[in-house]
Design a binder for this molecule. Structure first.
Ligand code: FES
Length: 281
């Protein structure tokens, strides 16, 4: 039986297309509608679309190319970057897309060095000093807590030690595998309570601009940067990391940030910060 997702009322163009105006859609519909908004993209299905065949450990990519590439396989007609599949991501791509969003944000699935990633652009430098009530997203540097609620530390503790963890040029990149069961989550803006094109401060489970894992509905806030902790799957050792906050769902902790830099306008990942990789493999 197809998995179903409860959605809040969808935008008119989507609602008209849902049989009988239902607020329940099946998995196939979810995948489709997840792409049908101006700023919406969806990476949740990447695991079924061939990533397993190219998944390599950090450093295992081809030819030392550090550029992050768009990944829109199977979604070429729906994702805003569909025509750019496997082309290098540039900041200009995100700036142009964010201009269509009421929150000033844009997100995209990508592949870097053989691993799935998601890149989010937030107009932080434009809105950081403005009232949060204006609904314009900006990065929030926050305290972090582990899955038991124990205080772990502050994002700025890590960023002070390694400034590369700070968002670069209003961009943040995260490892694209969910901390729940290592599915590949996504950013999408269908009009449910987690994903509509709105922004709420605090890193909580309201407002939109969330990355949404289709596997079991975990949500992550790419604007809420925190310190967190996770466990090396192979040896059980724990490690602290800078990540984006888990906003809700069964995922125990947030998604790890992979530092990036711009080469000209091309987004490149930085390879020598790799603890983030170890919780899945
Ligand atoms: S794998 Fe993402 S919520 Fe379960």
């Amino acid at each position: 039986m197809a998995r179903e997702y409860e959605l809040k009322p969808a935008p008119a163009d989507v609602a008209d297309d849902l049989a009988g105006g239902t607020t329940t859609i099946n998995r196939r519909q979810f995948l489709r509608y997840g792409f049908n908004t101006a700023a919406g993209v969806l990476t949740a299905s990447l695991g079924m679309l061939g990533f397993a065949a190219i998944l390599l450990p950090p450093g295992g990519g081809s030819g030392g190319d550090l550029a992050v590439q768009f990944w829109a396989k199977g979604r070429e007609d729906e994702a805003w970057y569909g025509a750019k599949h496997l082309q290098p991501m540039t900041k200009a791509d995100f700036v142009a897309e964010a201009a269509k969003s009421s929150t000033g944000t844009a997100g995209a699935a990508g592949v870097w060095n053989g691993v799935p990633v998601a890149v989010n652009y937030v107009e932080h430098s434009k809105y950081a000093g403005t009232p949060e009530s204006n609904g314009k997203a900006r990065f929030q540097f926050m305290e972090g807590y582990d899955e038991t609620g124990k205080y772990v530390g502050h994002f700025e503790d890590l960023a002070e030690a390694d400034p590369r963890l700070m968002p670069s040029d209003d961009l943040v990149m995260v490892f694209g595998r969910c901390t729940h069961l290592c599915c590949i989550p996504g950013w999408q803006l269908v009009s449910n309570s987690f994903t509509e094109d709105s922004w709420t401060p605090g890193g909580g489970d309201d407002g939109g601009t969330k990355m949404f894992c289709i596997c079991h509905s975990s949500r992550f806030d790419p604007t809420a940067l925190e310190m967190n902790t996770n466990r090396n799957r192979s040896n059980g050792a724990t490690f602290n990391y800078a990540g984006i906050r888990r906003a809700g769902g069964p995922a125990p902790v947030g998604l790890p940030i992979i530092p990036i830099q711009l080469n000209g306008d091309v987004i490149e990942g930085i390879t020598d910060y790799v603890d983030w990789y170890t919780y899945c493999d």
